[in-house]
Structure formats: structure tokens, C-alpha cells
Design a protein around this ligand. Structure first.
Ligand code: SF4
Ligand code: SF4
Length: 506
């Protein structure tokens, strides 16, 4: 029955850890809205693909929702202005990025009017449109996966269309400690989560969606159950899963809900499932219904180093210092700033980095427990016992130290989801996840190099082929002209030879 939060015949998740959640410190207040900042910093790399290309120049006035930059490749997403104001700079700025500590950004000095572009209020009638048209509309909203992967949503959906899909799974399993933005979103906007699920069903022309929540979020479960009962859509089911880290990983979630296992190197779509974060579903809902592109997001600001932990809905591009100030500022003991959660987040050295589409948490810690000196591996096997992907981290560590790319691939390094479980249990304090991240980056570089070499080889072969073809065509033409000249007499032959010398550049 829709709306009934029921337990389910859950597939068994290998490994994982029960962690101290520490979420309640930020869930005491409703989602707060910080005031408009004086300045917005919008990175051109908020997606997995190449940076977007700016469409505006310095000095130009822009409106809220205006398209500022477009992405050249299929893995990119457009960037929109989060408020109205003047573009004052386009250039490098500190970021908590995957590719480095700075990235090209568009900086807007806000004028405080928050004036939106004209089309702001015109909803898209998605219910009357065919699925592929809905997908094209979603593409324009600049929406990327808000669970952290930042894969462009429209692209993911378009790739899924060609797969044999059974289910959409909306991921509300926010399993990493401290982070509670999805929990608060589900509590406060349950109807929009349900609406987002219905849009996805429409876009992909499917008949079944699961909304999946961990059992430690009773308020969210209650709100979703009520919303689903009110909507009464038989295609939607609400599922509870146990609170185990990292049950929110895509592959782990699919296994928990459907008992299907994503093959090594494969995707959930290979086994009939498409996973989207609940925040992404609401972003799609907001874009199609309210014509609001992805210009704000809910993020958790929390930790012992922040005075009033809370969840805020802030404009993309707001710098972390502005959000921290709104949350009461830093405590005297604040020492360490992490963008993301404690297991998968990235430490940054400045709070001038902006909030981006992927920022689900700003964690200010008073203390980072010392890891202890790194000792030799004692082959205890604890790391393998907790690995949710069934890898052998101790073996991978050995191959990573030896830089053995072949063995790393053969032992499934690319399947590692960098969850950090192995680090946490290792009695020898070996920074396994860091080593795996570095090894994966090296493998990616090698793959890129190989791909570049392959592209160069193909270009060289294509050029040779073209030159040979042109040569053959010239010879055929010459033979034809000679034949014609033989029939016409000696003056015509002299004319052809002259023309040929001119063509050859003599
Ligand atoms: S970080 Fe990788 S190897 Fe370690 S437990 Fe997680 S998935 Fe397994
Ligand atoms: S947990 Fe640490 S010490 Fe134990 S096998 Fe794994 S890497 Fe070695």
C-alpha cells in the first residue's frame, strides 16, 4: 500500500560499520535561510566533465536564474546566477574541488534586489510531454546529482533510457555521520520528494519507484508516509533500511532494496535500477514546477567548532565564512574545516571556498583525533571484513605500494568507493583510503594518457588515409585528362602538364 513504511526482504550488505551518527546537533531547528551574501563565487567546475564556458563578461549585470556558463561536453552542466548583481571577476578562486585547490569561478557582486529572469514563474507542463522532452527540459536546469557524485542528472537519465530498467530508487539513506540535509529535506518537503519521484517515473516511462530511508530517521519516514498516502500513487513504495554505513552508496542501496548485485565495473542500470538522491528529485521538481534552476541547496553546518549547528538552504556560491557567521560563528576550539562528512569529505585550509552543488555538509571540528603512528600490516583481515565491496584492502595496499597497476586493476581497485571503513578499523593506522585514492588517480592518468595516444594514432591514420585517397583521386583525374588530351592533340597535352605543375606547386 502506498504510504506504508514497511520493512522489506533486504539483501545482505557485506561489511559496513555502525558509526556514531552525531546528527542531532544540527536537526533541532527547521531549515534556515541565510541572508543574501554581498558576493557570490560560482565555480565553472561543479560537475564531473570539463569546466563550463562563461557566457558573460566582467562588468555585466546578471539576473537570478540567468545562464552564466555552458558546458561543452556531455558530462557538464550549465551554471546559473544565484542572485542578481554585477560580474566583478572571472578567474581562479579557492575551492574544495576534486581536481585541485583552485578553480575558475565567476564572481558576482550582489545588488540585493534578487531580481529574477522573466521566465521564472512559468511551469513546464511535464505531465503532458513525452518522456524524452521532459529529459531535455531537465537538462537545461543545471541539475547534477546532489548526493555528492555531481554527475549531470539529465545525462544520467538519458543514458538510462537505453537500459532495461525496472525501478527508480530515490536515495534518502544519508549514512555518513554529521550530515542531515537530506533528512531535513524529507521532513520538510516530503510532498516535493514524492513529486520528484513522479516526474522521474514520467521522464523514464517506468512504473515503480522506491523511496528509501534509513531506520534512524523516524520523522522523515512519517512525513513521507503521510505525503504518499495523500498522493495515493500506487507506483511509489517507501522502504526502510538498517542504519549501517555506507548503505547510502549506490551499489549498496540497490543490493539492500532489490537483492541484486551490481557487477564489478558495472552500474545499477546494468541490473535494472536507476538511483537518484532525494535532493536531486526535489531539484528536478523545483526546476519544472517553479522554473528555479539549481541555484541553492540545503547543507548541514555542524561540528564542535560551530556555535549553532543547523541546516541552511543557501545560495550556490555563498562562501563558507558567510554561512558560518550566520550559524553563530566559530567556537574558540574550532581547528579544522571539512567540506563534506568526516569519512569522505575534503579538508580545506580556508573558509573562503564557496558552497557548490555538491556541498552537503560543512563540518567544523574542534579536534581531529591523532591517527597514531603508521605501523606495518599485521594481516589481521579486519579491513576485508568491513569492506562493503568485498575487496581485499590489505592486498590492494601492497600493490599500491608497489605501483602495480595490473594487479590493482585485477583486484578491483576501481570498484573501491573510498568509504573509509578499512581505515577506521585498521589497527596499524594505515591510511588505506588515501593510498587507494592516489592509486586510482594514477590509473586514471594512465588511462587518459592511453586515450590521448589512441586519439593521436587515429588522427595520424585518418590523415594518411586522406592523403592517399587524394593522391589516388589526382591520378585518376590525370589519367582521364591525358586520355582526353590524346584525343584532342599536342597543345592540349602541354596545357594539362602546365596545370599539373601549378597544382603540385612547382
Ligand atoms: S575504502 Fe575501498 S577498500 Fe576500503 S572499505 Fe571502502 S570500498 Fe573497501
Ligand atoms: S586492517 Fe590493517 S593491519 Fe589488518 S590486514 Fe588490513 S591493512 Fe593489515
Amino acid at each position: 500500500m502506498p504510504g506504508a513504511a514497511a520493512t522489506y526482504d533486504l539483501g545482505k550488505l557485506h561489511g559496513g560499520l555502525r558509526l556514531d551518527a552525531r546528527k542531532s546537533q544540527a536537526t533541532g531547528l527547521p531549515i534556515q535561510s541565510p541572508p543574501l551574501p554581498d558576493q557570490l563565487v560560482l565555480p565553472l567546475e561543479q560537475h564531473v566533465g570539463d569546466p563550463a564556458q562563461p557566457l558573460v563578461g566582467i562588468g555585466e549585470r546578471v539576473l537570478k536564474g540567468q545562464l552564466l556558463a555552458e558546458s561543452p561536453g556531455t558530462l557538464g552542466a550549465p551554471v546559473h546566477a544565484s542572485s542578481s548583481g554585477k560580474v566583478v571577476a572571472i578567474g581562479p578562486w579557492p575551492v574544495a574541488g576534486r581536481r585541485g585547490d583552485t578553480a575558475p569561478c565567476i564572481v558576482i557582486e550582489c545588488d540585493g534586489d534578487d531580481q529574477a529572469v522573466e521566465s521564472w514563474e512559468e511551469p513546464i507542463p511535464y505531465a503532458e510531454l513525452p518522456g524524452d522532452t521532459v529529459l531535455r527540459k531537465i537538462l537545461q536546469g543545471g541539475i547534477v546529482g546532489l548526493g555528492g557524485a555531481v554527475y549531470p542528472t539529465a545525462q544520467k537519465l538519458m543514458q538510462a533510457v537505453s537500459c532495461d530498467l525496472d525501478y527508480i530508487i530515490l536515495n534518502g539513506a544519508e549514512c555518513e555521520p554529521y550530515i542531515s540535509c537530506d533528512d531535513m529535506l524529507m521532513r520538510e518537503r516530503a510532498h516535493d520528494v514524492v513529486g520528484g519521484a513522479q516526474i522521474l517515473l514520467r521522464a523514464l516511462e517506468l512504473d515503480h519507484a522506491f523511496i528509501v530511508v534509513e531506520s534512524d530517521k523516524p520523522e522523515a519516514i512519517q512525513q513521507l508516509a503521510t505525503a504518499m498516502t495523500e498522493v495515493g500513487d500506487e507506483r511509489l513504495s517507501l522502504k526502510q533500511i538498517p542504519t549501517i554505513y555506507p548503505s547510502g552508496g549506490e551499489d549498496q542501496l540497490v543490493q539492500l532494496v532489490t537483492n541484486r548485485e551490481v557487477p564489478s565495473g558495472g552500474l545499477p542500470t546494468d541490473i535494472g535500477c536507476l538511483v537518484q538522491n532525494v535532493g536531486t528529485a526535489v531539484a528536478i521538481h523545483d526546476w519544472l514546477n517553479n522554473r528555479e534552476p539549481l541555484i541553492s541547496r540545503i547543507t548541514t553546518i555542524t561540528g564542535d567548532g560551530i556555535a549553532n549547528p543547523m541546516n541552511v538552504r543557501a545560495r550556490i556560491g555563498t562562501t563558507i565564512d558567510d554561512i558560518a557567521r550566520f550559524a553563530g560563528g566559530y567556537t574558540k576550539s574550532a581547528r579544522h574545516l571539512v567540506i563534506g562528512g568526516p569519512m569522505t569529505g575534503k579538508s580545506v585550509s580556508t573558509d573562503r571556498v564557496p558552497l557548490v552543488k555538491a556541498t552537503n555538509c560543512i563540518l567544523v571540528m574542534s579536534d581531529v583525533p591523532a591517527a597514531g603512528p603508521e605501523l606495518p600490516c599485521i594481516r589481521c583481515g579486519d579491513c576485508a571484513a568491513v569492506c562493503p565491496v568485498r575487496l581485499l584492502p590489505q592486498q590492494l595496499f601492497w600493490y599500491a605500494c608497489a605501483d602495480d597497476e595490473t594487479q590493482l586493476r585485477d583486484h578491483g581497485l576501481t570498484d573501491c568507493i573510498e568509504c573509509g571503513c578499512c581505515d577506521l578499523v585498521c589497527p596499524s593506522h594505515i591510511p588505506l583510503t588515501y593510498d587507494f585514492r592516489m592509486a586510482k588517480a594514477r590509473i586514471r592518468e594512465l588511462d587518459d594518457e592511453k586515450a590521448r595516444a589512441e586519439r593521436a594514432r587515429r588522427r595520424f591514420e585518418a590523415r594518411n588515409e586522406r592523403l592517399q585517397r587524394e593522391q589516388r583521386e589526382r591520378e585518376v583525374e590525370l589519367a582521364r585528362q591525358k586520355d582526353q588530351a590524346r584525343k584532342a592533340g599536342p597543345d592540349a597535352i602541354a596545357e594539362i602538364m602546365k596545370r599539373r605543375r601549378r597544382d603540385d606547386g612547382d
